[in-house]
Write a protein that binds this ligand. Structure first.
Ligand SMILES: Cc1ncc(COP(=O)(O)O)c(C=O)c1O
Length: 387
């Protein structure tokens, strides 16, 4: 049986060597080999974030645990938090900060638009904010926000910046030490191409000091970065049983990132994204996101005549390529592609070919300027840079 090609924005396809380590016999969480592996994972986590100035964290749980731990640990009841709402995952910070007792100002940006640093600057100029939250790559649409400018503005105002980089770390340019952000969060099942079940964070010294010197205790056991810091310093202690197999698989996937090299990996993601965008444009497909702010890891596109369900099922049933539907109101209108992790030119050609055929099958009057093979033809010069 042919494996399905996952082109959803996570979880993504994992390499055989990553899958293989999960089938080894169970070991205990205090086994010296696991303790050593965990230390190695922390070193590799420093590498993928380029975090040699702050504290690295790896905690069992999904990306949302990383987001919630950041809020629960840094934000105290009544703190003012500005949340840039650029979509589904931007809103998650609004919910989390509200649940944890913050006074939340949700700054909404229209669908397709990026978080405008000028507007954030104006808001923060009003004063009194403790933190600003931003999504680097908004997975619900394929938006990449200008985090460098936003972090710079946050620093100017003395406000902590919390960045959800779940869909970018390892595939988009992000250098924690140069960026100057306070907390950056990612997780295992996206660009790192490990199975779901681990969240990874980079936390600045400044944010760590604030967390460790709060006026009030952190109202959580598991979502408590001050507690987890003790484990990062000494992984022999027990706080909660780690997801051992997932973490060993994460180690293998992180080693693969290092073997490829972060710069090469970012370059590969950009080239493949350029190829996909050029192919989609040839098919006269409209992107959800304005030009200049389309992510190199995720693409959201409108389906002609709202035929998202038909295209989705043809792609999946006939060609075993699994795309994601839109979220919320966008379901049925858009489809989303996750093009990250182990994505190759071969996957890209398969994707574009199957899409050409599926579009033709559902809409013979499509305005595509090219026929079958045309999108691939346009993508090839990009892909050749990787071959
Ligand atoms: C940008 C972004 N943030 C946060 C999350 C939440 O991660 P998880 O589902 O692993 O909790 C996701 C998941 O898709 C995401 O894409």
């Amino acid at each position: 049986m042919e494996d399905e090609l996952l082109m959803i924005p996570g979880p993504t396809n994992i390499a055989h060597r990553v899958a293989e380590v999960m089938s080894r016999p169970q070991i205990g969480h205090k086994d010296p080999t696991f303790v050593e592996s965990f230390k190695e994972i922390l070193d590799l986590t420093r590498y993928i974030f380029v975090n040699y100035t702050g504290v690295p964290f790896v905690i069992s749980g999904s990306g949302t645990i990383g987001m919630e731990a950041s809020i629960a640990s840094l934000i105290e009841i009544g703190d003012k938090v500005l949340c840039a709402d650029t979509g589904y995952f931007g809103k998650r910070f609004v919910d989390l900060a509200t649940i944890h007792g913050a006074k939340v100002e949700a700054l909404h940006f229209d669908l397709g638009k990026h978080a405008d640093p000028k507007i954030i600057d104006e808001k923060l100029s009003e004063g009194g904010y403790k933190a600003v939250t931003v999504t680097h790559v908004e997975t619900s649409t394929g938006l990449v926000n200008p985090i460098k400018d936003i972090v710079k503005i946050a620093r100017k105002h003395g406000v902590y910046s919390i960045i959800d980089a779940v869909c970018s770390v390892g595939g988009c340019e992000l250098d924690f030490d140069k960026l100057g952000a306070d907390i950056v969060i990612t997780c295992s099942q996206k660009v790192i191409a490990a199975p779901p079940g681990a969240t990874l964070l980079a936390v600045s010294k400044r944010a760590m000091d604030a967390i460790e010197n709060r006026k009030t205790p952190i109202h959580s056991y598991y979502m408590n970065l001050a507690k987890w810091k003790t484990f990062m310093e000494n992984p022999k202690i027990y706080l909660a049983t780690p997801s051992i197999q997932v973490l060993l698989a994460l180690r293998e996937a992180l080693l693969m990132v290092k073997e490829e090299g972060l710069e090469n990996r970012v370059r590969r993601h950009k080239i493949i994204a350029d190829a996909i965008r050029a192919g989609l444009e040839a098919l006269n497909i409209k992107f959800v996101i304005e030009e200049g702010y389309r992510a190199d890891t995720v693409t959201g596109f409108y389906t002609p005549h709202d035929k998202a369900f038909d295209i989705h099922s043809i792609m999946r049933e006939r060609y075993k390529i699994y795309l994601a539907h839109g979220l919320g109101d966008l379901k049925g209108k858009i489809l989303r592609l996750g093009h990250f992790g182990n994505i190759t030119p071969r996957n890209t050609i398969a994707l574009l070919s199957a899409l050409e055929i599926s579009l033709k099958a559902v809409d013979t009057t499509t305005d595509a300027t090219v026929g079958i093979g045309g999108a691939v033809d346009i993508a090839i010069p990009y892909l050749e840079k990787l071959i």
